[in-house]
Design a protein around this ligand. Sequence first.
Ligand SMILES: NC(=O)c1ccc[n+]([C@@H]2O[C@H](COP(=O)([O-])OP(=O)(O)OC[C@H]3O[C@@H](n4cnc5c(N)ncnc54)[C@H](OP(=O)(O)O)[C@@H]3O)[C@@H](O)[C@H]2O)c1
Length: 172
Amino acid sequence: MRGSVFVGTSLDGFIARANGALDFLPDDPEPHGFEEFLASVDALVWGRNTYDVVQEFGTWFYGEKPVFVLSSRDLKEPPAGAVVTRMSGSPADVVSALEERGIDHIYVDGGDTIQQFIRAGFIQRLIITRIPVLIGSGIPLFGALDHDIALTHVATRHYRSGLVQSEYQIES
Ligand SMILES: NC(=O)c1ccc[n+]([C@@H]2O[C@H](COP(=O)([O-])OP(=O)(O)OC[C@H]3O[C@@H](n4cnc5c(N)ncnc54)[C@H](OP(=O)(O)O)[C@@H]3O)[C@@H](O)[C@H]2O)c1
C-alpha cells in the first residue's frame, strides 16, 4: 500500500481556519496537478470533518473514485454518484481492510487523519501547495510526533498566482 497527501496550506501551515472555513484558499486556482494526482490513486481516505465540509460544497470532484470516510458515527447522505463508505479503526486496520479490497494507492486527507497516517508510517509522498497568505491560527497540517521523520525533497514548482508546491518522499 502506498499513501499520498495532496493538500493546500496557508504559508503558516494551516489547512483550514479553526471553524473549518477554507475561505483563504483560491476559489479557482490555476491548474497545479490535482487532476493528474487524483487519477493516480485508487481511493481516498478522509477524516469525518473533511467529508462534512466537502459534502456541503455542492460539487463532487471525485467522480466514482471510492472515498472511505473515517468516522465513529453515521455519515450524512453522500452526493449523487459519489461512492462513499464509512470505516473506523487504526490506520493499520484501515490499510489492511483496503488492501483486502485490492486497493494499492490511497490519497489521505484531513488534518487529524493525515497526522495519524504519517505517525503510523503509511504516507510515502507529500505534495503541499502553499498559498501566499498568513492566517495566524487554524487547523495545522502537521502535529506532534514521537520521533523525527526525514523527508527527501523531490521537486518544488511555482505558479504565476504565487502558489508554491513542494513534493517530498518519506522513506519507509
Ligand atoms: N486545505 C486543504 O487542502 C484541506 C484538505 C483536507 C481538509 N481540509 C480541511 O481540514 C478540516 C478537517 O481536518 P480535521 O483535522 O478537523 O479532521 P479530519 O481528519 O478531516 O477528521 C477527523 C475526524 O475523523 C474521524 N476519524 C479520524 N480518524 C479516525 C479513525 N482512525 N477511526 C474512526 N474515525 C476517525 C473522527 O471523527 P468522528 O468523531 O466522527 O469519529 C475525527 O474527529 C476541514 O475544515 C477540511 O475542510 C483542508
